[in-house]
Design a protein around this ligand. Structure first.
Ligand code: ATP
Ligand code: MG
Length: 399
C-alpha cells in the first residue's frame, strides 16, 4: 500500500484492533486498479457508527442514521460507512430505512455498478463479488444485479452511469442501457440537487463527449429540467466539448446556442448557487461580446481573471476558428487603464457637484457607467481635470 492508502490504512488497523472488519471501498479501489489518481479514500466497516465514534477522537457525524461518519486523521477526511442494506428510496433522496449488517457481501450488493462494488483489505487483497475487475478491463459500466430493479430503487443511478462514462470513457453495457431506457422517466422524481451534483462531475469528465453522447442517444435530456421543455435543444450543443470546470460553463454554452433561454432560467431550475449564476452570467456576457466585437478591453475588464481560462475554452468550443490565447488575455489585462470603478478619478458626488441644478436620480449611475466604459476603452483619459472637462461638455440626458 502506498500514497493515500498508506495514511488511511492506520484507520483500518485501528478499527480492526477494536475487533471489527474494515475495507477500502468504492471509487478509490476502482481508481487504484485503473492507475488513476486517487480522490477520496472511503472505508466500509462492520463497526456501527456509534462504535466508530468511540474509536476515533475527531469524528463528524454527517449521516449517522445512514451509517456514515467522517473521521479526521492527519488533516485528511475519511468517510466511514457501516455495512448496510437499504430500504426503499421513497423520497428519492435517502433510503427510508437502513439496516446495519456485519457481512460486507450485502453491502457491496447495494452499490450501483460493478466497478464501484470493489473492496480491498489491508493486504491489498481485492474483494470482487460481481466481476468488477473484468468490467474495468473491458471498460464497461454495468449495474450490480438487475438493472431495472436497481434504477427503479434509485433513478439517480442513471445519471451516475452517464457521469462515470464521462469520467472514465467507458461504455454502458447493453442490458444496463436497456434498463436505463425503460426506467428513465423516473429521473423526474429525483431531487434536482442530486442530479446537479452528478452533472457537475459529468461536465468535468475527461471524456465529457462520451457522457453527452449517452445523454443524447438515450434521450435522458427529456427528463431533465429546462431540457424537457425544449426538446431538440441538446442537439445544438457542440460535439467538440472539452472537460469543463463546472456546470456554470455548461449553462453559458447552452445560453449561447439558444439565447431564448436565459442563464437565470438554468440556474433556477437546476437549483445552483449564486456563485454558479454569476459565473455563468459573466462567461456568457463575455462570449456574446466576443462573438460580436472580438477581443476588446471592455470584455477583459468585465471578466474576472479567474474565468479567463474558462472563457478561452468556451471560445474554442463555440467559435473554433476565432483563436484566442491566455497570453492575449494577459496582454489586454495589462493594458487596462483601471481595474474597477473605484479607480476612476471622479465619483458620483463629483457628478452632482458639476451639475448642481439637476435633481439626484438615475442619471448619476448612468453617466458614471458611460464614463467607466469610455475610460476602459481608452476613449477618455482617467484624469480628474480631463474627466471634469468632458462632463461639462456632455451634460446628461434627463427624461
Ligand atoms: P468519485 O471518485 O467521484 O468520488 P465514487 O465512486 O467514490 O466516485 P461517490 O459518489 O463518492 O462515487 O460514491 C461512493 C460509492 O458509494 C460508490 O463507488 C458506490 O459504491 C456507492 N454509491 C454512491 N451513490 C450510490 C447510489 N446512488 N446507489 C448505489 N451506490 C452508490
Ligand atoms: Mg467518492
Amino acid at each position: 500500500l502506498k500514497g493515500p492508502f498508506l495514511k488511511a490504512s492506520e484507520i483500518i488497523k485501528n478499527i480492526e484492533a477494536n475487533g471489527h472488519q474494515a475495507y477500502f471501498v468504492g471509487g478509490c479501489v476502482r481508481d487504484l486498479l485503473l492507475g488513476h489518481p486517487i480522490g477520496d479514500v472511503d472505508i466500509t466497516t462492520s463497526a456501527p457508527p456509534t462504535v466508530v465514534q468511540k474509536i476515533f477522537d475527531d469524528v463528524i457525524p454527517v449521516g449517522i442514521e445512514h451509517g456514515t461518519v467522517i473521521v479526521r486523521h492527519e488533516n485528511e477526511s475519511y468517510e466511514i460507512t457501516t455495512f448496510r442494506v437499504e430500504g426503499q428510496y421513497s423520497d428519492h433522496r435517502h433510503p427510508d430505512s437502513v439496516e446495519f449488517i456485519d457481512q460486507i457481501d450485502k453491502d457491496l450488493e447495494r452499490r450501483d455498478f460493478t466497478i464501484n462494488a470493489l473492496a480491498m483489505d489491508l493486504n491489498g487483497q481485492i474483494m470482487d463479488l460481481f466481476a468488477g475487475k473484468a468490467d474495468l478491463q473491458a471498460k464497461v459500466i454495468r449495474t450490480v444485479g438487475d438493472g431495472d430493479t436497481r434504477f427503479v430503487e434509485d433513478p439517480l443511478r442513471i445519471i451516475r452511469a452517464l457521469r462515470f462514462s464521462s469520467q472514465l470513457g467507458f461504455s454502458i453495457e447493453e442490458e444496463t442501457l436497456k434498463a436505463i431506457d425503460r426506467v428513465k422517466p423516473k429521473i423526474q422524481t429525483i431531487a434536482i440537487e442530486r442530479i446537479t451534483t452528478e452533472f457537475n462531475k459529468l461536465v468535468q469528465g475527461n471524456y465529457v463527449n462520451n457522457g453527452i453522447h449517452y445523454l443524447k442517444r438515450m434521450r435522458i435530456d427529456h427528463y431533465l429540467p429546462v431540457f424537457s421543455d425544449n426538446k431538440g435543444l441538446i442537439e445544438k450543443l457542440p460535439n467538440n466539448l472539452k472537460p469543463l470546470e463546472s456546470i456554470a460553463e455548461l449553462f453559458a454554452l447552452l445560453h449561447y446556442v439558444d439565447p431564448s433561454i436565459d442563464v437565470h432560467t438554468w440556474f433556477k431550475a437546476w437549483k445552483c448557487s449564486n456563485r454558479v449564476r454569476k459565473e455563468a452570467n459573466d462567461l456568457s456576457n463575455a462570449i456574446f461580446n466576443f462573438s460580436r466585437n472580438g477581443i476588446n478591453l471592455w470584455l477583459v475588464y468585465q471578466l474576472p481573471v479567474e474565468y479567463h481560462a474558462r472563457f478561452i475554452r468556451l471560445v474554442s468550443i463555440l467559435l473554433p476558428n476565432k483563436f484566442i490565447s491566455m497570453d492575449q488575455m494577459e496582454a489586454y489585462t495589462h493594458r487596462l487603464p483601471i481595474r474597477s470603478k473605484r479607480e476612476l478619478e471622479i465619483n458620483g458626488n463629483d457628478l452632482i457637484a458639476l451639475h448642481p441644478t439637476l435633481p439626484k436620480g438615475p442619471w448619476i449611475q448612468k453617466l458614471l457607467n458611460q464614463i467607466e466604459y469610455l475610460v476602459v476603452m481608452g476613449k477618455l483619459e482617467n484624469n480628474r481635470t480631463k474627466l471634469k472637462e468632458w462632463i461639462k461638455w456632455n451634460p446628461p440626458e434627463i427624461n
